[in-house]
Design a protein around this ligand. Structure first.
Ligand code: BG6
Ligand code: MG
Length: 217
């Protein structure tokens, strides 16, 4: 990469561990519906929109649900989720994330958020990191969810930066695919095998450092 101009972050599972709360909220719903649900199945849901996740879960069961019932189920999951995130705050930022975001910002590199979540703005406000993000693109403003690159491309466009000069950071396989399809450099946070499409995989956010990233580019 000629010059790193922007870092675009995923939210859930990268900046904070809300991925765990999405998991718990889906698990509660799946149990209510008597549909088997575990962490390995949940991996496939990471990064997907609320409706796409619900479709995948319902496909594991035998019952048929009307569009109105599906909407009610999606709202129910969101209610579980919202009650779980009620108390989150700056203490819930993942290790090293705040320092990294600050380092990036202070280096004059632009920053963006590319999230599939309609709760993204609420979450970043609770985490008190809104000032560290030059632009926010969330599920409410894109037509196609991850693995489609739209959310990352839109963030780059809003930052007036070429995708090839951007780094995207993701914990979900679908998210890494979205970054790569956008033509960006992908940092994966999590399991190397699961995120094998990423250019650089780190096991957790404590390994994020601007110097290391620049060496890798
Ligand atoms: C993504 C999460 O960031 O947002 C998914 O990885 C989640 O697990 C999706 O389903 C949608 O979130 P929300 O808050 O709009 O239901
Ligand atoms: Mg994520």
């Amino acid at each position: 990469m000629a010059k790193l101009q922007a870092v675009i972050y995923d939210l859930d599972g990268v900046i904070t561990d809300t991925a765990e709360y999405h998991y718990l909220a889906w698990k509660t719903l799946a149990e209510e519906l008597h549909i088997p649900f575990d962490r390995s199945f949940n991996e496939q849901l990471k990064g997907l929109s609320r409706v796409d996740s619900l479709e995948k879960i319902l496909a594991e069961g035998t019952e048929q649900y009307s569009p109105t019932e599906r909407q009610r189920l999606a709202e129910k999951k969101n209610d579980h989720y919202k009650s779980l995130i009620q108390e989150i705050g700056p203490k819930d930022l993942l290790p090293g994330v705040y320092q990294f975001m600050l380092e990036v910002k202070e280096a004059g590199i632009k920053t963006g958020l590319a999230s599939a979540s309609k709760n993204a703005r609420t979450v970043i406000e609770k985490l008190e990191i809104t000032h560290l993000l030059d632009t926010v693109v969330d599920a409410a403003t894109v037509e196609r969810g991850k693995p489609d690159p739209e959310v990352f491309l839109k963030a780059a466009q809003q930052l007036h930066v070429e995708p090839s000069q951007c780094v995207g950071i993701e914990d979900a396989k679908s998210g890494v695919t979205a970054i790569k399809s956008a033509g960006m450099y992908a940092v994966g946070v999590g399991d190397e095998q699961n995120l094998s499409e990423a250019d650089w995989v780190i096991s957790d956010t404590s390994h994020l450092s601007l110097d290391r990233l620049k060496e890798k580019l």
